[in-house]
Design a protein around this ligand. Sequence first.
Ligand code: 13P
Length: 329
Amino acid sequence: MLTEDDIDPRLDLRAEIDRLRREKNAVILAHYYQDGEIQDLADFVGDSLDLSRKAAATEADVIVFCGVRFMGEVAKILSPKRLVLIPDMEAGCSLEDACKPDVYRRFRARYPDHVAVTYINCSAEVKALSDIIVTSSNAEAIVNQIPPDKPILFAPDHHLGSYIASRTGRTNMTLWPGACIIHEQFSEQELLKLKAAHPGARITAHPECPEGILLHADHIGSTRAILQYVIESPATEFIVATELHIIHQMEKAAPHKRFIAAPGADGSCNCATCPFMARNTLAKIYLCMVNGSPQIEIPEDLRAAAEKSLQRMLDMSVSIPPAARNAAE
Ligand code: 13P
């Protein structure tokens, strides 16, 4: 098993990853929150829904998933015949950590008549305990397909849950009290100061942001929707309230526009970097492809149970077309 210490510093990692991709018939999928250099070598860059669809439909033998662990798990659940590699098994998610399967199981048991709608940022175990999985781009459309009189349990992101409840007008949603550490740190006060300094800037925010941030947003949407918004908007300056690596795609797609990362309580944008996503590096991508490890393995009974709620999500998302553009191209 090669380690980082074995890598010759003169090695062209990008060229080696390309060689391995061809040799192993691998596809490299990356989330918008990955470092720019990782996005640039991926075959496909997208949001959680588009990445799930890509993983489900791929004909490659190997999926190298550059994101966080639950995303690699989704790829394996939907594409069980593929070898799914992730650069770092420790790339977790604060929302997943906030919703432990045993605690969720007990919570769910208290609401037997509710439909369990769960955000994709959770473990395979929690997916297996849920009725329908959603992402930030399809949550509203999916909730709207559930009969209005049917109560909903929404986990684990309560900001997204509140936002969807307000969008759909549902008053019968019980929310799990989880939040994403990145979106939770944006400061309303600092955002208003920044907006005052850039009065022409449009604020675009991810629905994982707290209400105090969403209140000031000109646009709210998933990472893919945010990217589309800044490309299509006639405005030339934007304050972006989500993980800041998406700005890489914005700068590529609209180089004449200006993008400013939303601030945290100290006024800087330091809080907008996901420490889990940041664990992935070119060296770790190379190593996982050479070593065939770390790979995602899920016991078949768990995988099959989790597949049901994920498949329901895909079936209920047909009204949402695939991304108009592959940000990797
Ligand atoms: P989307 O990819 O749906 O925008 O969600 C972002 C996210 O939470 C990734 O963990």
